[in-house]
Design a binder for this molecule. Sequence first.
Ligand code: GAR
Length: 208
Amino acid sequence: MKKLNLVVLASGGGTNLQAIIDSIEAGKLDAKIKAVISNNSKSGALERARSHNITDIHLSHKQFATPEEFNQKLISVLKENETDLVVLAGYMKMISPTVIREYKNRMINIHPALLPSFGGKGMYGIHVHEAVIESGVKVTGVTVHVVDEVYDHGPILFQKCVPVSSSDTPESLQQKVLPHEHEAYFRVIQLFAEGKIEIKDNRAFIRE
Ligand code: GAR
């Protein structure tokens, strides 16, 4: 079976990237990470890529005169790498509709809450968990979804609930949710590798 070519975009520590690398190395995921792209040259994600001999690319809007030049560069890197699936793993920058349209139904994101709650502008990383605690909800979780042109929106591929206890802090909640992210993301990617995902009328269907 042909391996699914992945390009992972990540801004931070890269624990989700690491979980994907580990699943590939353990033979649990039929994919190859062709490159890791980060807007942050000092990100743990780029460091993790380098230590596993994966091409690491620092690509930031700041390197380009216009957003369109950045978008064209990103698209050309994705094409050069014959990308089958673009994987956002803690990528904290908006992806432009130009890029999203080019990779329609072939770009996925992981979010540390149950969308459509606690998504949208400013809802990334620890801020999501802060908002969850402040709201008083008793369950949070993980969502993996296909990226469409609306931020934190698009056909939902997977969700898992995680209980919120009264003693939780944003930090403790983050630590509770992260292992579920790590467990979920590679499984969803494997479903793409097996050709089991079908997107119809803005809903994702998983073939048994
Ligand atoms: C993860 O919790 C991921 O779900 C979140 O950022 C963290 C990155 O951690 N993404 C978002 O909030 C996107 N809106 P990592 O760098 O250790 O994988």
